[in-house]
Design a protein around this ligand. Structure first.
Ligand SMILES: NC(=O)c1ccc[n+]([C@@H]2O[C@H](COP(=O)([O-])OP(=O)(O)OC[C@H]3O[C@@H](n4cnc5c(N)ncnc54)[C@H](O)[C@@H]3O)[C@@H](O)[C@H]2O)c1
Ligand SMILES: O=C(O)C(=O)C[C@]1(C(=O)O)C=C[C@@H](O)C=C1
Length: 365
């Protein structure tokens, strides 16, 4: 019989891992557990998991592998719970939390020897089980932060289990991990959220301004749509690193302010020239995970039944959506439907079909 793998937290990351594991290891039995019953049922119905786990204390002791895929603060309390349970002596425990030092230190203090910190460097601003995608981690880096005495075989066991992710594994010290992700992930999320909040106040004073936001604002602020609970946990668990980074960021902004005051053309030019050169050389351009979602926008008239009409057409052509959102009504005439697909091919087909079968304006951004 195959291994029993328990996945705790069936959101975006947990369900995507479940799919990737199942694909590569069909004999593995995946047991799923979530505080949201609807997520457990969705995952079971879609074949992401083989069984719903019930209570952690009942199912953890019979599991060969336990993957904690909940928010960072919850992972820490789940480690405490696990440390009190009669787990199998060779159980492998890992997590996917975006911060590593606090989690690895917790496992270490609790004496959970077979715990290996993990963090797939891929994700999305979308969350929840319905966003799960077996290809989410393809080509992405998957960081592992083993403890000093973790045996090599356990690391290999984890990598083999996760081979279906098609991610590239790298090993880091947890402290180094938090410094790097602080700079490349956590600070950018703080800046994006700050910018969107600043623009909210601005928009209240300048009616209609938000409609004019174009590519620059969109590219810089997509991640401001991420889950606030997840990001609260991340910030509070990486605060020392973020103190420093935020201070450096403030210095950068002060520099720009000073050059503007002095009309220092050369310094301003150099600021943008350095950024352009650096950004163009960064591997973020060439590698990294595939974008996980594709949004199609449809301008529809503000009349009853229009959503059913659009989804009905897509259903007839067996095109399934990850998400559907109604964006703000424009000028009391149009509403904008945001239809999210997992595959670009599906988006293209949907656009063609809707253009043929309706008169609505369909576009990608
Ligand atoms: N979203 C990303 O881009 C991303 C990328 C890499 C890592 N991560 C990390 O992965 C983890 C999960 O993030 P996500 O994006 O999948 O979030 P998510 O909100 O999609 O999923 C989290 C799931 O955990 C469940 N949960 C919460 N408390 C629980 C508990 N006590 N017991 C069982 N289930 C519980 C929630 O109901 C939810 O289904 C976080 O630690 C996050 O830092 C996220
Ligand atoms: O693509 C996104 O939406 C993400 O924010 C993914 C992202 C990031 O790159 O910052 C977010 C948090 C994770 O810990 C890892 C990846």
């Amino acid at each position: 019989m195959g291994k029993k793998v328990l996945i705790v937290g069936l959101g975006l990351i947990g369900s995507s891992l479940a799919l990737a594991i199942k694909k590569e290891h069909p004999n593995v039995k995946i047991i799923g557990l979530d505080i949201q019953k609807s997520s457990e049922e969705f995952a079971l119905k879609r074949g992401m998991i083989d069984e719903i786990g019930g209570k952690l204390e009942d199912v953890a002791p019979i599991s060969d592998v336990i993957l904690l895929c909940s928010p960072v603060e919850t992972v820490k309390s789940q480690l405490v719970k696990l440390s009190k349970l009669p787990l199998q002596s060779n159980v492998l425990i890992s997590d996917v939390g975006s911060v590593k030092k606090e989690i690895v230190d917790t496992a270490n203090v609790l004496g959970l020897k077979n715990f290996i910190g993990g963090h797939p460097m891929a994700g999305s601003h979308k969350s929840g089980v319905s966003a799960g995608d077996e290809r989410l981690f393809e080509n992405a880096y998957y960081i592992l932060t083993p403890q000093k005495d973790t045996i090599k075989e356990k690391i290999e066991e984890l990598q083999t289990l996760l081979s279906g992710t098609k991610a590239k594994f790298v090993t880091l010290e947890s402290e180094e991990h938090d410094k790097i992700t602080g700079m490349l992930s956590h600070l950018p999320h703080v800046i994006a959220a700050g910018l969107v909040n600043q623009s909210k106040e601005f928009n209240e004073q300048h009616q209609g301004a938000k409609r004019l936001a174009a590519g620059g604002f969109r590219d810089l602020t997509r991640i401001a749509s991420s889950d606030p609970r997840m990001w609260t946990d991340i910030l509070l668990n990486n605060k020392e690193v973020l103190f420093e980074l935020i201070e450096e960021w403030q210095e950068v902004m002060n520099g720009v302010k000073k050059w503007l005051k002095m009309e220092n053309q050369e310094a301003i030019f150099e600021f943008f020239a350095t950024a352009k050169k650096t950004r163009n050389q960064m591997p973020v351009h060439k590698e990294g995970a595939l974008p996980a979602f594709y949004d199609l926008f449809v301008d529809v008239p503000d009349i009853p039944g229009v959503i059913a009409e659009v989804t009905g057409i897509l259903g007839k052509h067996e095109l399934s959506l990850v998400n559907l959102k109604i964006l703000e009504t424009r000028e009391d005439i149009f509403g904008i439907l945001q239809l999210t697909f997992k595959r670009q091919g599906d988006l293209k087909r949907a656009m063609e079909i809707l253009r043929n079968e309706t008169s609505y304006l369909c576009y990608e951004e």
